[in-house]
Design a protein around this ligand. Structure first.
Ligand code: DAH
Length: 350
């Protein structure tokens, strides 16, 4: 570096320049591996430091102390900067961001999933597809004819009061309704096809209802319809027991209580033995041992007449129930609003 006769200025200037370069390189370093390299480069055997040190003996005696001090100062500053950086890298996890560790497992990619109502709907549809049913859908805004009249609710009939209907005034004299149930799709399906009919209808329905723990103005139903020659109530009982057992994952007992729906005769409300207490009585079933699921019955001859089927030739059964209720029962969900608030802490549990 310094041939004979070069002065202390040259050596101290060289040290100063090298020091500036070293300090900025150390500051820029992001991994302990490159920090080790810098340590070797600026303090090691082949460093400028080493060379200046060796040149000391060639200096005039009176020049040596000053260059000696410059050497110590250089060494101390670089060593301190390296030590500080080492600590910093260790604190920040010490994981060098410029080194890819191919042995690490891949980072978890968060994945979405279907909403619980969609899951329940698909599961139920699958169960019925397994029983030979097809899937049908219909409009959410429908006419009075499909939602009521063809289902044997004549205009002004008190049975209409069972449904808290939201009417849509279209301004042209023909009122439409937000369908209050999925039953209108029974009519739409039978109009389009000849018997036999085996369909399930999942869908959204609307009622003039105040939101409380178990009711919502918008909810979902699954409707079922089987029409064929010589369908009996026995077929209905068996079908309902089969799908309830499949859905709840265990053999349930069923209960049918007489009820009224204009589009079925006779009509019934069906319940499953409580899957939590096996019918003994618990909080879920309000100590009754039964959980109410939905309505069902044998298709009323008037409905067959409305769609042009001959009630002397065919018979059938139908049923309908709410999907939210099924999900709440199976998963112990207390308030129906949980399904619509989009709180991922709730939804991601399912
Ligand atoms: N549509 C009825 C409701 O929403 C439920 C229902 C009852 C559907 C009996 C049916 C049935 O198909 O046969 O309250």
């Amino acid at each position: 570096v310094a041939s004979k006769g070069t002065g202390k200025e040259k050596l101290t200037a060289l040290l100063e320049k090298t020091e500036t370069k070293a300090l900025s390189a150390i500051a820029d370093t992001k991994s302990s591996a490159t920090l080790d390299e810098l340590k070797r480069e600026y303090l090691g055997k082949k460093s400028v430091l080493k060379q200046v040190n060796e040149s000391l003996k060639d200096l005039a005696t009176e020049e040596r102390p000053e260059v000696g001090r410059a050497i110590s100062s250089y060494r101390e500053k670089i060593a301190a900067a390296i030590a500080e950086k080492e600590e910093k890298l260790q604190k920040s996890g010490g994981e060098p961001s410029d080194i890819v560790d191919l042995t690490l497992p891949p980072r978890n990619q968060p994945r979405g999933h279907y909403h619980l109502i969609t899951q329940v709907e698909r599961e139920l549809v699958d169960i019925f597809v397994g029983l030979g049913y097809q899937v049908a859908e219909g409009p959410e805004v429908d006419t009075d004819w499909y939602n009521f009249e063809a289902l044997n609710f004549p205009p002004g009939h008190p049975a209409r009061d069972m449904q808290d209907t939201l009417y849509v005034n279209r301004g042209n004299g023909t009122d439409a309704v937000l369908r209050t149930h999925t039953s209108p799709v029974q009519v739409r399906t039978m109009e389009k096809q000849k018997p036999p009919v085996y369909v399930v209808v999942p869908g959204r329905v609307f009622r003039q209802e105040t939101l409380d723990a178990r009711h919502s103005p918008v909810f979902h139903q699954l409707e079922g319809l089987a029409v064929d020659e010589s369908i009996t109530m026995g077929d209905m009982f068996g079908t309902i027991k089969t799908f309830l057992s499949a859905f709840f994952g265990r053999d349930v007992r069923t209960r049918f209580l007489p009820s009224f729906f204009p589009f079925t005769e006779p009509s019934a409300e069906f319940a499953a033995s409580c899957v939590f207490c096996d019918g003994v009585g618990c909080n879920v079933c309000s100590k009754t041992g039964w959980i109410e699921v939905g309505g069902c019955g044998m298709v009323d001859p008037n409905v067959f007449l409305a769609v042009g089927y001959d009630p002397e030739v065919v018979s059938g059964f139908a049923f309908g129930f709410g999907l939210e209720r099924m999900a709440m029962l199976r998963h112990g969900i207390g308030t129906i609003a949980s399904f619509y608030q989009n709180d991922v802490r709730v939804l991601q549990q399912f």
